[in-house]
Design a protein around this ligand. Structure first.
Ligand code: ADP
Ligand code: MG
Ligand code: MG
Length: 888
C-alpha cells in the first residue's frame, strides 16, 4: 500500500531533503532539519502523490489517508504531550501547502487550527495568558474564513479596524483579551452570515477542510498562471504539512522572523533578515507592522531606532546565528529561513535555498568556492545563465538629474522607468501593447503575479525587504522598491500622492531598486561596470567550456561590445542593413531594377567602396578572430521603391524612364517572398552581386592585415543553399574574386567559404554539400520556420495555445525544437563530418544564446555558438555548464 503520511520531529524523520518530489520542498526540509537535530515543532507531511489521487477520486480522501492522518496527529500528540481538540490543554496545528518548488498562488497557511469555543478557554488557562488565547482564536477564524472558506477578508479587516478605532488603538497588540473576545464573536457572526453555516467547531472538520483547501488551491487560477510562467507541470501536485504550533505571540519574550544566511540582494556574507516581537508568522511578510532588523550592523546602517534582535534577545540570537551557520554548511548554499521564538525558546519553521538577485548569485557562488564550501565546478553550475541578463543591462546614470519623489527600501536592484499603473491587469494589458510600466501597489499579493511579471518594475507603499513584493521581484529579476511609506495610493482614483505632489496613471516614473529612490520622469541610464565576481566566474567558465562563443554582430559598435563581453569571433555578420543605408539605397534600387548586367554592374561599382569600408571597420575590431560574413540574403522586393519620389530618384541616377522602372518593379512582385527570390538564389541569377561583396571583403581584409598586422579570418557564408550545385557555383564566384584581388595586390590571406544550413534539404544532403563547404552554420531561425512550416512573424497568434496544450514544450523560436529541428542539425553535423572530418560547425540563430539550446549544441559537438552581443556572457556560462553536465 502506498504511504501517504510522513512524520517529522521528536526524534523521528520519515523523510529528508532528498524527498522534495514526494514531500514538497517545505516538508522535505522540515524533515531534514529535524533529522540533524535542529528544533523543529513535530508534524507530518501528506505527500504530493495524494494530490493526484485526490483529484482522481473526485476530490475525496481515501479511507487509508484518514487512518494515516490519525496516526500523524497521534505522533504530534505524543511528542507535545497535548491532545488535538482537548478542552483543557489543546494541541494546535498549522496547515501549510508545499510544492516541489515554492509557489505563490498556493493556499496560504492556516495557523492555530484546533481552536474552538472550548479549546480557547483551555489555551487561556494552560498558557496563563487569556489575551494570547483570544488573539490566536481571532487570527484563526480570520485566516480560516479567508483561505479555506474563501469569504471576503475585507469585512474581517474592517471589523478589526473598527474595534481598534473604538478603543483609540493603533496596533493589534494593544487590544485586550476582552476586546479580542468581542471581536471573535463578531467574526463568528460574519462567518455565519456569509457562509450560511456556523464556524466549524469540530477540530477534525477544521483539519480536513484545510487539507482539502490546500489540494484545491493546486488548481486555482493563480497557481495555474504561476505554473505557466515558470514551466511547472500540473502533474507535480502539492504536499500538505500539518505541524504543531509554536507561538511568537506569547508576549515580549516571543517573536517571529524571516532571515537569509547571506544578503540576497548584494550577496554579502552577513545575516540578513527581520523579526517582530509578540507576533505570528504572517505578520512579518504581510507588512502589518514594520519589522525590526536582525543584526545591529544592519540596524545601524539603515539608521533605524528599534532594537535589533541581536540587541533585544542576545541569547536566542546567538542560537539562531549558530543554526544559520549549521544550515549553510549542511546545505552548502545560502538559506532562506523562518523561525519563531516562544517564550525564549527558538523553533525552526522552514529552510530552503534562498532566491537571490543575479549579482548576489554571482558573489555567493564565487565566495563559497573561495571559502571551500563548494567547488569551482559547483559555483559555475549555481548561477542561472539567463539571470546574468540583469547585470548586463543599463543602470541609472549617476550624473543624470533626478527629481526624487520619495525613498523606500532597496528591495530588488536594477533601475526601471515606465508609466504608472495601479493594478496587475492593467499592467499586463499595457505591457502587451508594448508599453513599459511600473506597477504601483500598497502591497502585493500572489494575485498580482501576472502584473509583476509584465511590469518593468514594482513599487509598494508597505512591506519590508522580505515582503511578498520584494521576494517575488528578486526571483523574477524585476527592480523593486518596497515600503515607500510616504506614498499614499488611491488605486480607485488611479493616482498616488507624496507630500504635495500627485502622480496619475500614465505618468512616467523611475525606480532604483539599488537605492530605493523613486523619481519623477525617465532618468538617463549607462552601461554597468561588470564586477570582479563576474570576471572571476567567467574565467572559471572559460577554463571548463569546450564550445567557442561568437557574436551575431553587424556594426563596429556591436562588434566591440561583443569583444568586451568575451566573444571569440563573429558568427553572423549580416550584410543587408548595409544596403538599406539612406546614402546607398538609391544605388541598390538602381541595381535591382536594372534590365541587364551592365546596368547592374554600374550600380554595384558605386556600392563597392561603401561595402569595403563597412567590412574594414568590422574586421579591424575583430582583428585576429574569425568573422563569418553572410552574403546578401533578403528577398529583393524588400529593397523596392514604393513612393513616387523614390522612383524618381532611381530614374535620375540610372538615367532610365520612370515607367520602365515601375514595370520592372511590378515584375519583381512575389506572392511568398520568404520562399522566393532570396538567399543564394540572388547570387545564382545575379552573380555580380556576390562577386562585388566578395571583392569588398577581400580588399578590406588585406587593408586591415596591412594596417594592424593581425590578419582577420573572413569566413564567407552563402545563405539558403538547398543543393550542392548552388554552393559549387557560388563558391566559384567567391574564389574567383579572391584570386583576382590577391593577384592585384600581390598578397594572399586565409579565408573559408561555407554555407548556412537553414533548409531541410540542405540538412538531408549535408554529406555532399560538405564537399563544397568548409563550414556549416546552422541558421536555426529559418531552419525552424522551414522544418515546422511555421512563419516566425505570424506564429504569435497560435503558438501560445500550442505551448499551453503541450504540442511544443517551449516556444520553438526561443528554445530549439530538439526532437525535430535538432534531429536535422544532428544528422547534418554527422553527415558533414563524415565527408569533411575537420568541417567547422556552428549555430547562429536566436538559439545560440539560449542555455537549453546551447546544451544541445554541446551534445552534438558543434564547434561554436553565436549569440547577440549581450548574450555572449550568458552563452559562455551556459557552455561551461553544458560541458560539466555532459561530463556527468
Ligand atoms: P509560506 O510558504 O507562504 O511562507 P508557511 O507555511 O511557511 O507559508 O507559513 C506562513 C507563516 O506561518 C510563516 O511565517 C511560518 O513561519 C508561520 N508558521 C507556519 N507554521 C507554523 C507553526 N507550526 N508555528 C508557528 N508559525 C508557523
Ligand atoms: Mg503564504
Ligand atoms: Mg514560509
Amino acid at each position: 500500500m502506498t504511504q501517504y503520511v510522513y512524520r517529522f520531529g521528536g526524534g523521528v524523520s520519515d523523510g529528508g531533503k532528498g524527498d522534495k518530489n514526494l514531500l514538497g520542498g517545505k516538508g522535505a526540509n522540515l524533515a531534514e532539519m529535524a533529522s540533524i537535530g535542529l528544533p523543529v515543532p513535530p508534524g507530518f507531511t501528506i505527500s504530493t502523490e495524494m494530490c493526484a489521487t485526490y483529484y482522481d477520486e473526485g476530490e475525496q480522501f481515501p479511507q487509508g489517508l484518514r487512518d494515516e492522518v490519525a496516526n500523524g496527529i497521534a505522533h504530534i500528540e505524543q511528542v507535545t504531550g497535548k491532545t488535538f481538540g482537548d478542552a483543557a490543554d489543546p494541541l494546535l496545528v498549522s496547515v501549510r501547502s508545499g510544492a516541489r518548488v515554492s509557489m505563490p498562488g498556493m493556499m496560504d497557511t492556516v495557523l492555530n487550527l484546533g481552536l474552538n469555543d472550548q479549546t480557547v478557554e483551555g489555551l487561556a488557562a494552560a498558557s496563563g495568558d487569556a489575551r494570547f488565547a483570544w488573539d490566536s482564536y481571532r487570527r484563526f477564524i480570520q485566516m480560516y474564513a479567508d483561505v479555506v472558506l474563501e469569504l471576503d477578508h475585507g469585512n474581517f479587516e474592517e471589523a478589526l479596524e473598527i474595534t481598534k478605532e473604538d478603543r483609540g488603538f493603533y496596533l493589534d497588540t494593544e487590544l485586550s483579551a476582552d476586546d479580542l473576545k468581542a471581536l471573535v464573536d463578531e467574526y463568528k457572526s460574519l462567518v455565519e452570515e456569509e457562509w450560511g453555516k456556523p464556524f466549524p467547531q469540530d477540530v477534525h472538520d477544521q483539519l480536513w477542510g484545510a487539507v482539502g483547501a490546500v489540494f484545491g488551491s493546486w488548481q486555482s487560477e493563480r497557481a495555474k498562471v504561476y505554473r505557466r510562467l515558470n514551466d511547472i507541470p500540473a502533474s507535480w501536485g502539492t504536499a500538505v504539512n500539518v505541524q504543531a504550533m509554536v507561538f511568537g505571540n506569547m508576549g515580549d519574550t516571543s517573536a517571529t522572523g524571516v532571515a537569509f544566511t547571506r544578503d540576497p540582494a548584494k550577496g554579502d556574507r552577513a545575516y540578513y533578515g527581520e523579526f517582530l516581537i509578540n507576533a505570528q508568522g504572517e505578520d512579518v511578510v504581510a507588512g502589518i507592522r514594520t519589522p525590526q532588523y536582525l543584526t545591529t550592523a544592519a540596524r545601524e546602517e539603515a539608521g533605524a531606532k528599534p532594537a535589533a534582535m541581536e540587541e533585544a534577545m542576545p541569547e536566542v540570537y546567538g542560537e539562531l546565528a549558530a543554526v544559520f551557520d549549521r544550515l549553510e554548511t549542511h546545505y552548502r548554499d545560502m538559506q532562506d529561513i523562518e523561525f519563531t521564538v516562544e517564550r525564549g525558546k527558538l523553533w525552526m519553521l522552514q529552510t530552503r535555498s534562498g532566491k537571490r538577485t543575479a549579482k548576489a548569485a554571482l558573489k555567493i557562488a564565487v565566495d563559497m568556492a573561495n571559502e571551500g564550501l563548494i567547488t569551482r565546478d559547483e559555483a559555475i553550475l549555481r548561477v542561472d545563465p539567463s539571470a546574468l541578463d540583469q547585470l548586463l543591462h543599463p543602470t541609472l546614470d549617476p550624473d543624470a538629474t533626478r527629481d526624487v519623489l520619495t525613498k523606500g527600501l532597496p528591495a530588488s536592484p536594477g533601475a526601471a522607468s515606465g508609466t504608472v499603473v495601479f493594478d496587475a491587469d492593467t499592467a499586463e494589458r499595457a505591457a502587451a501593447d508594448g508599453q513599459s510600466v511600473i506597477l504601483v501597489r500598497t502591497e502585493t499579493s500572489p494575485e498580482d503575479i501576472h502584473g509583476m511579471h509584465a511590469a518593468k518594475g514594482i513599487l509598494t507603499a508597505r512591506g519590508g525587504m522580505t515582503s511578498h513584493a520584494a521576494v517575488v521581484a528578486r526571483g523574477m529579476g524585476r527592480p523593486c522598491v518596497s515600503g515607500a511609506g510616504t506614498l499614499s495610493i488611491d488605486a480607485k482614483a488611479k493616482v498616488f500622492r507624496v507630500g504635495t505632489r500627485e502622480v496619475k496613471e500614465g505618468e512616467t516614473i523611475t525606480i532604483d531598486g539599488a537605492t530605493g529612490e523613486v523619481m519623477y520622469g525617465a532618468v538617463a541610464t549607462i552601461q554597468p561596470e561588470l564586477s570582479g565576481d563576474f570576471g572571476t566566474l567567467m574565467e572559471w567558465a572559460d577554463v571548463i567550456r569546450r564550445l567557442k562563443v561568437r557574436a551575431n554582430a553587424e556594426t563596429p559598435g556591436d562588434c566591440s561590445t561583443a569583444r568586451e563581453f568575451g566573444a571569440e569571433g563573429v558568427g553572423l555578420c549580416r550584410t543587408e542593413h548595409m544596403f538599406f543605408d539612406a546614402a546607398r539605397i538609391t544605388a541598390v534600387r538602381q541595381m535591382i531594377l536594372a534590365s541587364d548586367e551592365a546596368g547592374r554592374r554600374a550600380a554595384l561599382d558605386k556600392l563597392l567602396p561603401e561595402q569595403r569600408r563597412d567590412f574594414a571597420e568590422i574586421l579591424e575590431v575583430m582583428a585576429g578572430l574569425p568573422v563569418t560574413i553572410r552574403l546578401l540574403d533578403p528577398p529583393l522586393h524588400e529593397f523596392l521603391p514604393h513612393e513616387e519620389a523614390e522612383f524618381e530618384e532611381v530614374a535620375t541616377a540610372a538615367g532610365v524612364d520612370i515607367e520602365v522602372l515601375k514595370r520592372r518593379a511590378a515584375e519583381l512582385h512575389e506572392f511568398n517572398p520568404m520562399l522566393g527570390h532570396r538567399g543564394c538564389r540572388l547570387g545564382v541569377t545575379y552573380p555580380e552581386i556576390y562577386e562585388m561583396q566578395a571583392r569588398a571583403i577581400f580588399e578590406a581584409a588585406l587593408d586591415v592585415a596591412e594596417k594592424s598586422g593581425d590578419a582577420p579570418i573572413p569566413e564567407v557564408m552563402i545563405p539558403l543553399v538547398a543543393t550542392k550545385r548552388e554552393l559549387d557555383l557560388m563558391k566559384a564566384v567567391v574564389d574567383k574574386a579572391a584570386e583576382t584581388v590577391f593577384t592585384e595586390r600581390g598578397k594572399r590571406i586565409e579565408y573559408l567559404v561555407g554555407t548556412m544550413i537553414e533548409l531541410p534539404r540542405a540538412a538531408l544532403r549535408a554529406g555532399e554539400i560538405a564537399e563544397a563547404g568548409e563550414f556549416f552554420s546552422f541558421g536555426t531561425n529559418d531552419l525552424t520556420q522551414t522544418t515546422l512550416g511555421v512563419s516566425r512573424d505570424d506564429a504569435s497568434r497560435f503558438l501560445g495555445a500550442y505551448v499551453e496544450q503541450g504540442i511544443y514544450a517551449r516556444d520553438p523560436f526561443v528554445t530549439l525544437d530538439i526532437e525535430g529541428v535538432g534531429e536535422l542539425v544532428k544528422m547534418a553535423a554527422e553527415r558533414g563530418r563524415a565527408t569533411r572530418p575537420d568541417i567547422k560547425l556552428g549555430i547562429c540563430g536566436e538559439h545560440g544564446g539560449d542555455p537549453a539550446s546551447i546544451a544541445f549544441c554541446e551534445e552534438v559537438g558543434l564547434d561554436y555558438v553565436s549569440a547577440s552581443p549581450y548574450r555572449v556572457p550568458i552563452a559562455r556560462l551556459a557552455a561551461a555548464q553544458a560541458a560539466l553536465r555532459a561530463r556527468g
